[in-house]
Write a protein that binds this ligand. Structure first.
Ligand code: GLC
Length: 744
């Protein structure tokens, strides 16, 4: 059975996709509606009184977190942020909540729960923009139902260092995959009449010293990697707000970086929304003239710069007065484009947690990556005895820490606090979502004797494994905002546990609940490895469904698993053993210095670096096994005059059961010089024996170099290849391209 599909990765396609059980008609703003909103914003700015012009430019954290700060306004909701409105002009207050994975829990201060999507890495492992859209629409529905109108989502920083504590929140090491997915997610969020951010702009690649680390990178390298992920995400998703980052970029703070904000974002990309700061990321008033539009969480900054100080500056300087008008115009454009002046979310809205849980379940299933299977998987439902070991598998599944922490009603099944002091200590706790793999396994193997051992005592676990047909060891590695990881090892002696259990029972399956890539010293001793990431509100069910083959795993790695940190551009994460990480990321003393040289790899992030150095990964970008087999072939890359480059190829299910896989097309060389870049992908679902021919557009920026102030494709021969993953490529095909130069 042959099916031809034209996949046009454009906002037109996104517009055709409605979320399952859409909470409201698709209100996602388009470039046209944003332009119309900007015109309305202009009129409102002209009607503003001088004293109203710094209402929309700064806001608070409506949490009783900070001693000495006044109580939050009566109409605020415990969450991340609150920006007052202007009732006289019909401008509503902005009520902001985190984040990309659902409505955050803020340490239970609201005493309500929300549906947790799986982690960003899990979503990215699906390579499925439609799934991203549906997840975004679902969490936006819950955002509205709780009375918020801004979702601080869209975390899309490239995962340059696998030890970054926020890798779990982000998507991938590749700008195309990250941009397409974050754009779809943002479109889903804004389809519900909610303002979404895209964040953290830009190059926020580590947590150590996050507020003062100076990222050194050439413009070309930035434009071809991290900035391209944002650019594609903005094109695809039309986010109404950008959140600038904590870190410094080439000597200037990201939230006051004229090049990043005024030149790249607002001038080159012609973006019309508003830039909000990260919380505690505003060092001075000058950030306003350098492109920042709104000071968030102002009590975390040295001063409230964007109120009286800003008004005074504008009163005495025409350029500042014009800037202040522009700041208001941008915030108002977002409010009008999202329709917030017409329809205000109210707290107490109904949430269908069962339906929303199904969205999280499907996302988790599609995000699970089968890394190894010597035939032991799927488990036979007829297995007589199964030893389930470790990972709090009797209680729930792990989630990541920090501002993106979501919990269901009733809070976490298990919470392991890290202790420590300060207003953010409450964020530093390992939370397990209420979805126990053990219960889900028992449900799918009712006849089996399924036992559980917590894994804290190796001999105890080994004894149980020895007596069982199969052992399933759950290993966990918690990750959080504010902290990077020392290395790729599993903590708490889990590597030894896995090795001992595998020695006792060759049919040992390891299920990873990790926020990052990890090392696996026991890999050749175990029968199977299932990467479940932080699998969200229904993660236990998703894991069991894959283990027993009810779901055929279809995930493909969005991030390289290095064989060793020695393979990385920076084997030692800058500042890791120099400064004690703290959640806020503040300098340990005034004048503390830290810099990270991203020009080592430049735009060759992740698999591109491995291709350049020839290093072989433990598991490469794009890798993922299935319970069936696939073959892809017939790649052709055609330059259609006036339309651009298109890649066409066919994928066939050559196995005995239905399954999904991801066809991947890579640039491999330009005029004979090796250069690897993902240029296209398509997820396809196929019945046994079926095949599908797909055509995907190839974005020319992925073939180009950034030269001076624009993109350049040199004339010559370009080689492209299909890949099962970034390391396993087929024989390339070549295309002759004419020279091209263009500006953004
Ligand atoms: C944080 C995070 C950001 C979050 C914000 C509000 O520190 O960096 O992602 O949206 O504060 O909680």
């Amino acid at each position: 059975m042959q099916a031809k599909t034209m996949l046009i990765a454009s906002s037109a396609l996104m517009g055709l996709m409605m979320p399952a059980g859409a909470m409201a008609a698709d209100q996602a703003p388009t470039a046209a509606t944003i332009a119309a909103a900007a015109a309305r914003a202009d009129a409102t700015v002209r009607a503003m009184k001088p004293e109203e012009k710094t209402v929309l430019t700064h806001g608070i954290m409506p949490l009783p977190l900070m001693p000495g700060t006044p109580p939050p306004p009566a109409d605020s909701i415990p969450g991340a942020g609150y920006i007052a409105g202007i009732a006289r002009l019909g401008v509503p207050a902005l009520k902001e909540t985190d984040a990309s994975l659902g409505v955050s829990y803020v340490m239970g201060l609201r005493k309500d729960g929300a549906t947790a999507l799986p982690s960003g890495l899990s979503l990215a492992s699906s390579w499925n923009p439609e799934l991203a859209y549906q997840g975004g629409a679902m969490i936006a529905g819950e955002t509205r139902a709780k009375g918020f109108n801004v979702l601080l989502a869209g975390g899309v920083n490239l995962t340059r260092d696998p030890r970054n504590g926020r890798t779990f929140e982000y998507l991938s090491e590749d700008p195309l995959l990250s941009g397409m997915l974050v754009g779809a997610s943002i479109r889903g969020i804004q389809s519900q009449g909610i303002i979404s951010t895209i964040k953290h702009f830009a190059l926020n690649g580590q947590e150590t010293g996050r507020k003062f680390v100076d990222i050194r990178i050439s413009e070309a390298a930035a434009r071809e990697s991290d900035l391209l992920a944002f650019q594609i995400g903005i094109e695809q998703g039309q986010p109404l707000s950008v959140m600038c980052a904590y870190n410094v970029v080439n000597g200037a703070p990201a939230c006051g970086n004229d090049w990043l904000l005024n030149k790249v974002l607002k001038k080159d990309w012609r973006w019309k929304g508003f830039v909000m700061s990260d919380w505690g990321a505003v060092p001075n008033l000058e950030t306003a003239i350098n492109g920042l539009d709104q000071q968030s969480g102002e009590s975390l900054d040295p001063a409230v710069f964007f109120a009286d100080k800003l008004a005074a500056r504008a009163a005495g300087d025409k350029a500042w007065a014009a800037r202040l008008d522009d700041m208001n115009r941008r915030v108002l454009t977002a409010i009008y484009a999202a329709g917030l002046d017409k329809s205000q979310p109210q707290p107490g809205g109904k949430i269908d947690f069962a339906a929303n849980g199904l969205v999280a379940l499907e996302a988790a299933k599609q995000g699970i990556v089968l890394l190894k299977n010597n035939g032991a998987l799927p488990l036979a439902a007829s297995a007589k005895s199964i030893a389930v070991i470790g990972g709090y598998a009797n209680s729930g599944v792990l989630s990541g820490g920090g501002s993106s922490q979501v919990n269901s009603e009733g809070g976490p099944a298990v919470a392991v606090p890290l202790g420590g002091e300060g207003p953010f200590a409450g964020f530093m706790a390992q939370h397990y979502h209420r979805s126990a793999p053990l219960a889900a396994i028992r449900k799918l193997a009712p006849q089996a004797n399924v036992t559980y051992r917590d894994g804290n005592y190796i001999a105890d676990a080994v004894e149980q494994a020895r007596k069982s047909d199969v052992a399933v060891v759950f290993v966990t590695k918690w990750s959080s905002e504010g902290l990077d990881q020392a290395d790729l090892s599993l903590p708490n002696g889990q590597d030894a546990l896995v090795a001992a259990v595998a020695a006792a029972n060759p049919r040992t399956i390891v299920v990873l609940e990790t926020g990052n890539p990890i090392a696996m010293p026991w890999l050749d001793k175990v029968a199977g490895v299932v990467q479940a990431w932080y699998p969200g509100a229904r993660g236990g069910d998703a894991i069991a469904s894959v283990l027993f083959g009810e779901t055929n795993p279809s995930g493909h790695l969005p991030i390289t698993f290095p064989a060793s940190v020695k393979q990385l551009p920076r084997p030692v994460l800058d500042g890791y053993n120099q400064y004690e990480a703290n959640f806020a990321g503040d300098p340990p003393f005034p004048g503390a210095k830290l810099s990270a040289n991203y020009d080592i790899e430049g735009s060759d992030v992740g698999y591109r670096w491995f291709a350049r150095t020839g290093a072989k990964a433990l598991f490469p970008f794009g890798f993922g096994l299935s319970y069936t087999t696939f073959a892809s072939n017939g790649l052709s890359v055609v330059d259609r005059p006036g339309k651009g480059l298109f890649a066409t190829f066919t994928v066939k299910n050559t196995g005995a059961r239905e399954g999904a896989t991801v066809g991947q097309v890579y640039l491999t060389a330009r005029n004979g010089a090796a250069k690897q870049r993902l240029v296209g992908f398509a997820r396809v679902n196929l019945a046994p024996g079926a095949s599908q021919t797909v055509t995907v557009p190839v974005d020319s920026r992925l073939l180009a170099d950034w030269v001076k102030d624009g993109w350049q494709v040199a004339a010559g021969t370009y080689s492209f290849a299909l890949g099962e993953d970034a390391e396993h490529l087929q024989t390339p095909v070549t295309v002759k391209l004419a020279a091209r130069k263009w500006k953004d």
